[in-house]
Design a protein around this ligand. Sequence first.
Ligand SMILES: [Zn+2]
Length: 416
Amino acid sequence: MVLRINGERLRADFDELAQIGATVAGGITRVAFSDEDIEACVWLGNRIEEAGLLADDDDVGNMYGTLPCADANAKTLLLGSHLDSIPNGGRFDGSVGVLAALECLRTLKEHHIALPFHVSVVNFRDEEGSWQSLFGSRGMAGQLRPLSLLDTSTDMTAFHASLARTGLHPEMILYAARDPQTLIGYFELHIEQGPYLERAQTQIGVVTHIIGRTTLDITFQGQAGHSGTTTREARRDALQGAAYFITKAHEYVRENFEHGVFNCGNIVVKPGAYNIIPEKAILTVECRHINEQVLQEMEKTLMLIAQGCANEYMLSVGHRRIQHMPAAPMHAPAQAIIAAACERLQLTQMPMVSYAGHDAQVVSSITSSGLIFIPSMGGVSRNPAEYSKWEDVTNGANVLLHSVLLLAEHVRAGEA
Ligand SMILES: [Zn+2]
C-alpha cells in the first residue's frame, strides 16, 4: 500500500492556524513580525514540539522542526514555505506548504521510516515582503547584508523595532547564512495562485521556472514653468516624457517577449500643481521574465527607450534599481522526483512556470530545489476568497511526502 499523510490531522491544523489573524471576510492578516505572525510562530513551535521534532530557529527568525536520521553527519532536506501573509490575504498561501511539511514529518516519524538524511520543516519569515521581500529565505541563503536593511521602502525604525520585538538584531542577520554543504535539497508545496491547473483540469503542477523580477525607479527631469506663459518650444514637461515612455515600454515588451511583463504601478509628479509644468516625474516600474539573461536585456533596452523618450521632450532621465530577484529554474532532478511522486500516487501533472515569487526561488541558489503547485479555484489569490479544494491540498501533501521518499531511494542507490 502506498504511504499517505493523515489528511484529517492536516485539516485540523489548517483550521486552527486559520484562526490566528482571522479577518471577518474569511481571510487572514498575519503581517510579518506582527502580533499575529508571532502567535502563529508560537503555535507552530508547539506543534513541532508535540510531534517530537527538534525545534530550532536562526538569526532572521526562520523556524525549523527537524526529524534527525541515525547519521549525525548526514545532510538535511528542507520542506516548507511561509506563515506570514499580506494584509487581508488568503488562508492557503504559504500555510499549506508549512503545514503539509509538518504533516509529512509526523507521518515519517510514526511509520518509523529511516532516511539517509535529516528532514526539517521550515517556516521562512516575511516571504510576502511586508518589510523585505523573501527576507527569511534570503537570510538563510546568505544574501542579506546588514546594510540591506536600509533598502526597505518602509520606515526603517519600525522595521528595526519589529525585528527587536521578535528578538532579532539587524547586525546579526549575516549569521543566518546556512552552509550549502549541509543541505541535500528543498521541496516546497504552494497553491498556484493562477488559473492554469484548474483550466487544464490537472491535479499537480511541477514548476520548471520561477519568474525573475526587477523593480526600478525611473526619474524624468525637466523644468518647472508657468503652464500658461511658457512657449511650446520652451516646455520641458517631465510628465509628457514619462507618459510617452510608459506606452512605448508596454508596446516593446508585448511585441518582443512572450513570457515578459512590464508594469508601471506608480507615478509621482513634482511640483504637482495643475498650473505648473511638471519638473519631475518619478515612475515605479517592474519587469518580469522567466529567463534571467532575457530579463537583464529587457531592462537594458527599457532604459534605452526611456533615454529616447527623454530626448524627444528635452529631458534628462535616470534610474535606480530598487530590487532584483533573479529568475530561477527549478532543478531538473527535483522536478523529476516530483513527477515520479505524482505517478506513484496516480495524480495528473503538468510542467508549468510560476509567475509569482516564492522562497524556492531563493533557496534554489544554494541547494537543489523543487516547487509543487496545487490548483487555486478561479485562480483567485491575495484575497480572502482564495480557495483550494481540500482534496487538492491532501494530494499536494502526499506528493511532498513521496518526493522525500523518492529522494531517499535515489540517495541509497547512490544517485544523489
Ligand atoms: Zn506564498
